[in-house]
Design a binder for this molecule. Structure first.
Ligand code: DMJ
Length: 651
């Protein structure tokens, strides 16, 4: 590309010489005022036909060069969409506030690597495996690639791991789309042969955490989220969200120094006495959940005091006509309100705060927290409008009724409703039968209404019902389900839940393998027609990856319960892809816009707090051989990966 541009400049220079000569020929070169007054048109007519053709040619070329070097236009031509145009399912769970929208691509463009060899490759589309091979061959020799801001680890190093140990790179790069591949895959080789690697993988997670933490510390300390490309930060609630979300991860990963520093910030800087609107669900799962779990792991009552403070400040959200909470609370003023455009709340949001508020009541001996969230469950339990145990996506805070009915999904806006039915039952010592029954009914509802097989490879997936029609659309968020099903089976629920968990786990993994970057998009569509050539399709607007945890979360559960080593290998592949396509050299990891373009994944310049709170924590636990490191018989993870104790039976 660069060579082509240089060639085009050559005639441009020749043309410039011709113009100068023409000006001199007119006798006015020494008198600039007079020269400017001359009619351009007369000068134009004085040029020879060849000269005029040359000038026109140059102008057209300059125009084309200008267009192709302008970042946003280039993006458009390359079929990528800017961040602001994308449908971010995570922001579906957030109020739509302009400042949290992803930044336009053009803002991050100047810091991106200019990689001529990659530009050439980007036109060569092909199956994922071919893309991988092409990339390996094509990129390793280009020194510019190595200077890239987005590191491409693993690829250049070949068989050398982070800490110098030898790793078979074939473990992590090729998909297992057919049985032949599967037999060759390290997943089916003896676990002993990879023991050293697993130790190394644990260190790799620590390394990834330290790298992410470095970015946060250098550019976003005490703020909500790191923007690693622009080396800045973004605020959502202004409460140090990433730092709080990451506390228990540091503890679990054994990063004591980092933990102590963060703890000091919580003790001395964190205040909830702020005139700021926060989202009830997000601040409950990330802040209240994070503080409670850190209190349990460390025994430090400072964290409990902070948890009580935020918990009590969130309570005004429940002061609604129906007792179904509002989405937003001002934790300084003690006022709450729904979003500006509706009086509805999201079903997943109001039914996925129970683990945290119940635990807060148990610890404080103050029943108000548990009572508020139990009332929500009681009402949702009684509501009409479910489809075989599946719930709609919205509930009205005035009437307490479901609204916008007709869409049933296990994805955004409904996902953790199902997760918390099971987990509340486990948290309470498996005594609250109604929760378990509702969970079982919902799983049957999924099987009856949402479960289908793709073509040609028969991947089991969970689609959606939209006004009576089945849609083969599946959010990456749905990949929490294999883990939840496995957890239920482990706790005595039907064994076929484990079978389904394994099938869905394979599908979620394939959502990564099928992509050229080895990273899943936010949403996929499955082919169901006979004669389809590929199982998974991705729409242009759905190609982003936000560093989400659901698949590695489920891999952790599946490995804990089956001890099948392949789940660890899959997790390792995913970590390698994160390192290759989302790691920013100055520190931190970034969400990307396009998982289908390994040459230009297009960073979104944001590291979500759940990358530290969940993704890296689950990866570490997946690779850890210590079953007592957060035993699943003693702890239940909230939906943000913060472990809370399963309540002990009264003596
Ligand atoms: C997290 O905040 C939680 O896991 C939530 O349940 C869903 N969305 C993000 C992670 O994707």
């Amino acid at each position: 590309m660069k060579g082509w541009v240089a060639d085009m400049h050559t005639p441009s220079r020749q043309g410039y010489v011709s113009i100068t000569l023409a000006g001199q020929g007119g006798g006015s070169y020494n008198n600039s005022k007079q020269w400017r007054r001359q009619s351009c048109w007369r000068k134009w007519k004085q040029l020879s036909r060849l000269q005029r053709s040359l000038i026109l040619f140059i102008l057209v070329l300059l125009f084309i060069c200008g267009i192709s070097s302008y970042p946003t236009v280039t993006e458009h031509l390359r079929g990528l969409t800017g961040g602001e145009q994308e449908n971010d399912s995570n922001s579906v769970l957030r109020p739509v506030v302009p400042h949290v929208l992803p930044e336009p691509v053009k803002q991050v463009q100047p810091l991106l690597p200019e990689q001529p060899s990659q530009r050439k490759l980007s036109n060569k589309r092909g199956p994922p495996a071919l893309q991988n091979r092409l990339q390996k061959k094509g990129n390793t020799s280009d020194p510019q690639d190595k200077a890239a801001d987005i590191k491409k680890e693993g690829e250049e190093e070949g068989v050398i791991s982070w800490r110098g140990a030898v790793i078979d790179t074939h473990q992590a790069t090729e998909g297992t789309k057919d049985e032949e591949n599967k037999e060759d895959s390290p997943a089916n080789q003896g676990a002993n042969s990879t023991k050293d690697s697993v130790t190394d993988w644990l260190e790799a997670v620590q390394e990834a955490f330290r790298h992410a933490w470095k970015g946060y510390k250098d550019f976003a300390w005490g703020h909500d989220e790191l923007r690693p490309i622009s080396k800045s930060y973004s605020e959502w609630f202004g409460l140090g969200l990433t730092l709080i979300d990451a506390l228990d991860t540091m503890w679990i990963l054994g990063l004591k120094e980092e933990f102590e520093e963060a703890k000091m910030w919580v003790a001395t800087e964190l205040t909830f006495n702020k005139n700021v609107d926060v989202n009830l669900f997000e601040s409950t799962i990330r802040i209240l959940g994070g503080l409670l779990s850190t209190y349990h792991l460390t025994g430090d009552t400072m964290f409990l005091d902070k948890a009580k403070d935020i918990g009590s400040r969130l309570m005004p959200a429940f002061n609604t006509p129906s007792k179904i909470p509002y989405s937003d609370v001002n934790i300084g003023k003690g006022t709450a309100h729904p979003p500006r455009w509706t009086s509805d709340s999201t079903v997943a949001e109001v039914t996925s705060i129970q683990l945290e508020f119940r635990e807060l009541s148990r610890l404080t001996q103050d029943p108000q927290y548990e009572a508020a969230v139990a009332e929500v469950m009681k009402q949702v339990h009684k509501l009409d409008g479910k489809l075989d145990g599946l719930v709609p996506m919205f509930i009205n805070t005035n009437s307490g009724q479901f609204t916008h009915q007709g869409i049933y999904t296990l994805g955004a806006r409904a996902d953790s409703y199902y997760e918390y039915l099971l987990k509340q039952w486990i948290q309470g010592g498996k005594k609250e039968d109604q929760l378990m029954e509702e969970y079982l009914q919902a799983v049957e509802g999924v099987k009856k209404n949402l479960l289908q097989k793709s073509s040609p490879n028969g991947l089991t997936f969970v689609g959606e019902i939209s006004h009576g029609q089945f849609s083969p659309k599946m959010d990456h968020l749905v990949c929490f389900l294999p883990g939840t099903l496995a957890l239920g089976a482990h706790n005595g629920l039907p064994a076929d839940h484990m079978d389904l968990a394994k099938q869905l786990m394979e599908t979620c993994y394939q959502m990564y393998v099928h992509m050229e970057t080895g990273l899943s998009p936010e949403i996929v569509h499955f082919n169901m027609h006979q004669g389809s050539t590929r199982d998974i399709e991705v729409k242009l607007a759905d190609r982003h990856n936000l560093l989400r945890p659901e698949t590695v979360e489920s891999l952790f559960y599946l490995y804990r319960f089956t001890k099948d080593h392949k789940y660890r290998v899959w997790g390792w592949e995913i970590l390698k892809s994160f390192n290759k396509y989302t790691k920013v050299s100055s520190g931190g990891y970034t969400s990307i816009n396009n998982v289908r373009d390994p040459d230009y994944p297009s960073p979104r310049d944001k590291m979500e707090s759940f990358f530290l709170g969940e993704t890296l924590k689950y990866l570490y636990l997946l690779f850890s051989d210590d079953p007592d490191l957060i035993s699943l018989d003693q702890y239940v993870f909230n939906t943000e990966a913060h472990p809370l104790p399963i309540w002990p039976s009264p003596a």
